[in-house]
Design a protein around this ligand. Structure first.
Ligand SMILES: [Zn+2]
Length: 284
């Protein structure tokens, strides 16, 4: 069933778990995520990032995402991931997305807060929820196989984060406490006091972890205990699909297997990887 982010995070809060936020950029990643969530009986967010426009247009997958969400046996939120401007956010809302993320984290505080507050006002008129971001996660969202930007992270200041939540009215906060998009060059060092302090200051606001691929199981469990309620995870799932194709190609002979079959093997591998991730997010 289709839900918004607020409802999804409230369900996670009640159960003391985290939902997974997975990018679903085509039919195979979409089916992999929904299939795994149903198998695990877990609420889930399926996301399309503005950065994915280079692969597929949002109009091409939006109806598919919404239909899979509506027909799913578990609660599913259809979310725009890393929206960069109001025009694109509006496009996602017009298409029926139930949540949008606006990423103004590269802007100075005042500009980020003003942009995010504007998005909250717009999203409210559609009945959709909003995730905002404060503090740099270093590299930008994983895009075309390479991450953009450097590794410099700025840990989010809890006091400023609390002010950001109050100034903007967001439903969930992505903040920087030691994770990074894409592949980790060094083992991530998490500062979960940041998560705990923000939630103490602003009534248990759901905290979103970006860059969940490569964070150890123990660290994920500790993060969930601290109050992380959505974990964005895509890089390892994407890699699992690629590895399945690589293995199938190793046995490739003229005529077999065809690309269609390769894509199905990628889908199965992604589904298994997402199932593993969800199991951890459920605290198992
Ligand atoms: Zn992200």
């Amino acid at each position: 069933m289709l839900v918004d982010l607020k409802e999804l995070c409230a369900a996670a809060e009640k159960r003391g778990i985290s939902v997974g936020g997975f990018n679903a950029v085509d039919i195979h990643s979409l089916r992999a995520v929904i299939g795994a969530a149903e198998e695990m009986d877990a609420p889930v967010a399926i996301m399309f990032a503005q950065l994915h426009e280079k692969f597929t247009h949002i109009e091409d997958v939006a109806q598919l995402m919404l239909r899979y969400a509506q027909e799913a046996s578990v609660p599913v939120c259809v979310q725009l991931d890393h929206g960069e401007d109001i025009g694109y956010v509006k496009k996602a809302l017009d298409l029926g997305f139930t949540a949008v993320m606006i990423d103004g984290s590269a802007l100075p505080y005042e500009e980020n807060a003003a942009l995010t507050a504007k998005v909250v006002e717009l999203a409210r008129s559609y009945g959709a929820s909003v995730e905002g971001e404060l503090g740099s996660l270093g590299k930008r969202e994983y895009g075309d196989g390479a991450s953009v930007g450097d590794n410099t992270k700025t840990y989010t200041d809890p006091q400023l984060a609390a002010q950001f939540v109050r100034d903007t009215g967001i439903d969930a906060l992505a903040c920087s406490f030691g994770t990074t998009h894409g592949f980790y060059v060094e083992k991530p060092k998490l500062n979960l006091d940041i998560v705990r302090q923000i939630r103490e200051l602003v009534g248990n606001i759901p905290i979103v972890m970006h860059g969940g691929s490569g964070v150890s199981e123990a660290d994920l469990h500790r993060s969930i205990d601290a109050g992380v309620r959505k974990i964005n995870y895509f890089t390892y799932m994407d890699r699992a699909g690629a590895a399945a194709i690589r293995d199938a190609l190793a046995a490739w002979t003229e005529g077999e297997p065809l690309l269609t079959k390769l894509m199905v093997s990628a889908e199965e591998a992604m589904r298994a990887d997402v199932r593993r991730a969800i199991k951890v997010f459920l605290g198992r």
